[in-house]
Design a protein around this ligand. Sequence first.
Ligand code: SF4
Length: 425
Amino acid sequence: MNAALPLPSLGCETAPVLRERGQREVFCGLTGIIWLHRKVQDAFFLVVGSRTCAHLLQSAAGVMVFAEPRFGTAIIEERDLAGMADCNEELDRVVDRLLARRPDIKLLFLVGSCPSEVIKLDLSRAAARLSVKHAGATKVLNYSGSGIETTFTEGEDACLAALVPDLCADASEAPSLMVVGALPDVVEDQFLRLFAALGIRTVHSLPARRSDAMPPVGPNTRFLLAQPFLGETARALEDRGAIRLDALFPFGAEGTTSWLHAAAAAFAVDELHFRRVIAPGRERAKRAIAHCRERLAGKRITFLPDSQLEVPLARFLATELGMLPVEVGTPYLHRRHLAQELALLPAGTLISEGQDVDKQLDRVRAARPDLTVCGLGLANPLEAEGLTTKWAIELVFSPIHGFDQAGDLAELFARPLRRRDVLKV
Ligand code: SF4
């Protein structure tokens, strides 16, 4: 029974962090295109990369047969790599052809890759040049999704940070709220309804769903990060005078309450009104989580570094479902943005940043947690060794934020354990 479990003491905010800089097993930042291209509906992502980059995107995002795709790859061939062709001229030709055929594209991202970095193709100059050429029709920006520079979710951070210098200055007198991070539309709409019910009038999202609806920014902007991997974007917004609201990330009943409360406090929403507005959603979340608690409470879990969601998810699992985090690994640890999260992790949890994959796998084998959250490449070998795993990438592709997704989020962790029990039977 859950009631018999001893409550762990909390607090990892000052815990030492194991920093590793060895071989890592994480997707590159191109992966972000898979969810970003669905979010900004008149944008196109042109990866300037190799056939490997094209294969990654095609296999991860699926081939779109019936729709016009909103991402593609300008392939760098061997003669480009050998310096036998003028890559800038070829890139201009590809972009001209693309925009002539697709006038619906209003925002074009040139996305850098390992090969474009190796040949030192300057995509920021190319974007500036092409923006002038296509002024009035299409804006051209650039960012890097290269595996040399970025891991997995950092691609979204780089993309959103590239948008910030281009945002209009906010000249309004009254403060406005900005929700930062690409959320599924249905989840974004749930939050917008809650903010409206709280009486917070002006709420913007970054990214917006269309390129001409990107939010303004200025000293009156208060922003909430919806994702824990947006360090560069936050810095760029702060450089424009915006103020970050510190909160837990909106996972589970408590995380979502804290996140909404930070906005309510910044906009002087009456405390009783706040409680009244969030009560139905909070109760729904608690009820939805409860049925997984029995299966998950007391189970030990290790996160290998992958999506940078690891720390807030470990906090959710520890505080709301009674799980016991053994090791919480993350590619990068943004201590300032995660301070509240770390304070709620059970004392004694090993926090690690970066990866040395062999050493980390040795720690997993020694600890033998009930559940290991890891990338696709590591899951099968660990399963073969009798360890139960959860694919980290599923947590990025599933709607998991907010009150109404809290039950599904808990279920994502309960399912592999249930499957293990069924297979044992
Ligand atoms: Fe591979 Fe680099 Fe292309 Fe990513 S950007 S698919 S790591 S070559």
